[in-house]
Design a protein around this ligand. Structure first.
Ligand code: PRX
Length: 651
């Protein structure tokens, strides 16, 4: 655990506040403050009112079955997520409304109406069925940000085959492990994707992964790049997407899924080396993302909503695909990076499609700040009316820059806190109601109970810090870790009985506003992406020259945190710049570029307790140039000072 008090001391004392703009309040989807009390007074009824706004084949007969830590929502209800995202909008006059606006990195683009998307989803569902896919089969996707990814998700949901999406930046080994953990039958990939003008070799990585994935029967490949990708198709395993759907029928009846049937599994880093498969189910998840998209983003029928995340992460699942489409909204999807071909790409996309809502990450905002305000200033951003952020704490300077330069000082900002495990946004302002303070995610969404507790499980008094916990179940909550109920209990429910422990530290202020400080466990948040220190360490010790390794997250003005690794080499191996680069490349190969250490420091010793546990918080003090924290539990207190001096000399 990191030292919470040190974090709180360094937290900026922010006193600028922003009232909801009156013209926004007038038109807001929610502007009655009583909603908080009403939702709190009868949260089951409140959530069941939300669920009623979805289309059910059969209504549930009990709202919640709470047997901590196992929750079931909307018991015996039957519905289909794909039906809710598509079919019901065809019936309500949205057949010819844009559902998905897709922008490719090279500048190609495509618009799918709800009618188009429905047809393509049905065709692909038929294609999957022709390969023998049925309800309950798992399907892994390792794809670029192209429309076929959204189509594949909705087709899986239509059949009732849970998907497992693996971010395209992960390595072939990470892909292989994730396929094997959930025993997927099919892999969907592409011949490649574009990123900063380069081709990402997804098919090549997939081929490597599929050398050791016994459950995979077929691999479906989208032709995104063409000739230049030079892929090899394995005849009895690989099928081109286009061939699969060529003669497929245009309709496919949506499977009647139980509310508690699994919709997807998504792997995320925890405190051990092995990523966890977070399981989300059908009725509760859809209710959570539907409700939060509607209220947090104040979504209206004529909005053009853009979330810049990658669908390989939970933000893309919930707020590019399921939340907006369940609301019948127009959602924008972009394949590439914000600085390609130039640093105004985001602002160009907003101007091109007249986007009204933008949801992005603090790390992207900080990068844009660094590039300068002349880039947004070149574009007409007057269509924007609401801005959001997610993934890590936002520093007040970045918040103010976003507000001024992107929001033209008129757009409210929603700083949304949530996690892969929570499924949907849980702490957030409501733009028509909440006075915002830069850096605070403010208050729990109506119906949610989030509190800050001390180590003994008592709520901390205002001005103090502690652990962020969730004290009441919510519909889109994680149901379990795939195949591992014990790890699920151990990970989230043992610190405090019957209470979900988020792994985050937070502070609560006099107004009851929550300030999320960041992880207090061995998870690093690099550019809004979760990486476990253990994963990086396992990758390092896998290298033949490494005897021992410890990794920490060092504050980084751009990425929030950056990985720094301390490495003890095996006897007879000497350190060198070449070896440092080789180790960085090794981590990239084992996990993916997001886990690549920024710095590797070779050392002869690591600070350990008498029981042999590495004290990472001291390594963090060293890497961040802080005075060393409490060293009394160290087995050998003299070595740490030496390590600090050596590190500082090398900087
Ligand atoms: O530490 C918190 C941070 O991101 C973690 C969740 O990461 P992940 O499951 O990858 O999901 C990211 C997108 C939902 C949290 O435990 N985090 C997320 N949003 C915020 C945040 N920290 C501070 N403020 C936020 N708004």
């Amino acid at each position: 655990m990191t030292d919470l008090n040190a974090d709180i001391e360094s937290l900026l004392t922010e006193n600028r506040s922003f009232l909801p703009p009156p013209e926004f309040v007038r038109q807001a989807n929610v502007n009655d403050p009583l909603i908080y009390e009403q939702a709190d007074a009868n949260f089951e009824e409140y959530w069941s009112n939300w669920a009623t706004q979805l289309d059910w084949f059969k209504k549930w007969n009990e709202t919640l079955d709470w047997n901590p830590p196992f929750a079931k929502w909307f018991i015996n209800g039957k519905l289909n997520v794909s039906y809710n995202c598509l079919d019901r909008h065809l019936q309500s006059g949205r057949r010819n409304k844009a559902a998905l606006i897709w922008e490719g990195e090279p500048g190609d683009w495509k618009v799918y109406t709800f009618g188009d998307l429905h047809r393509e989803v049905c065709r692909f569902a038929n294609g999957l069925k022709s390969l023998g896919v049925k309800k309950g089969d798992r399907i892994t996707m390792y794809m670029p940000m192209i429309p076929e990814l959204t189509i594949a998700m909705l087709a899986c949901a239509r059949i009732g085959a849970p998907h497992s999406i693996v971010f395209g930046g992960f390595s072939s080994e990470s892909l292989r492990d994730r396929i094997n953990d959930c025993g997927s039958k099919i892999l969907i990939t592409a011949d490649g994707g574009y990123r900063r003008g380069q081709i990402i070799p997804l098919k090549k990585n997939s081929d490597e992964a599929l050398e050791a994935t016994p459950s995979i029967e077929k691999s479906i490949v989208v032709k995104r790049i063409g000739e230049k990708a030079k892929v090899q198709m394995k005849p009895d395993r690989d099928i081109w997407w286009d061939d699969l759907v060529r003669d497929a029928p245009y309709t496919f009846e949506a499977e009647h899924m139980d509310s508690e049937d699994m919709l997807f599994v998504l792997y995320t880093s925890g405190t051990t080396g092995k990523p966890k498969g977070v399981v989300h189910t059908t009725g509760g998840y859809l209710t959570g993302v539907y409700a939060t998209t509607k209220w947090v983003f104040d979504l209206k029928d004529d909005d053009v909503y853009w979330c810049t995340a990658d669908i390989g992460w939970i933000t893309g699942h919930s707020y590019i695909v399921y939340g907006p489409l369940a609301n019948g909204a127009t959602t924008v999807m972009y394949e590439g990076s914000p600085d390609f071909p130039d640093k105004d790409r985001f602002w160009d996309i907003i101007e091109k499609y007249r986007c009204t809502i933008l949801y992005t990450a603090p790390t992207a905002i900080r990068a844009c700040m660094r590039w300068g305000e002349e880039y947004p200033a070149k574009h007409d951003l007057s269509s924007l009316r609401l801005l959001g952020t997610v993934g890590e704490p936002i520093n007040p300077e970045a918040w103010i820059w976003y507000h001024t330069n992107i929001g033209g000082s008129r757009c409210p900002i929603v700083d949304t806190w949530w996690q892969t495990e929570t499924g949907s946004i849980l702490i957030t302002p409501l733009a028509g109601l909440t006075t915002t303070i830069p850096g605070s995610a403010t208050k729990p969404f109506p119906g949610i109970r989030a509190e800050v507790w001390d180590a003994n499980g008592n709520p901390v008094s205002p001005g103090n810090g502690g652990y962020l916990v969730l004290t009441r179940p919510w519909p889109s909550m994680i149901r379990t870790i795939y195949g591992d109920n014990e790890r699920f209990k151990e990970q989230y429910w043992t610190k405090y009985p019957n209470t979900y422990f988020t792994g985050d530290g937070a502070k609560i202020d006099e107004n009851g506003y929550i300030w999320v400080l960041g992880r207090v466990d061995d998870v690093i948040n690099v550019a809004g992406h979760r990486i476990s220190t253990m994963e990086v360490e396992s990758a390092l010790v896998d290298h033949s020259s490494v005897a021992e390794a410890a990794s920490i997250g060092r504050s980084d003005s751009l990425k929030g945190q950056a990985v720094v690794s301390f490495v003890i080499l095996k006897d007879a191996i000497s350190s060198s710049k070449i070896l440092e680069d080789e180790l960085k490349a090794h981590v990239t190969k084992k996990i993916g570029a997001i886990a690549r250490p920024d710095k590797i420091f070779f050392t002869a010793d690591l600070p350990k307790t008498r029981s042999g546990k590495i004290m990472r918080r001291l390594l963090r003090d060293i890497a961040e140039g802080h005075v060393l924290g409490d060293t009394t539990t160290l087995a050998d207190a003299s070595a740490i000072e030496l390590l600090k001096d050596q590190y500082e000399d090398a900087e």
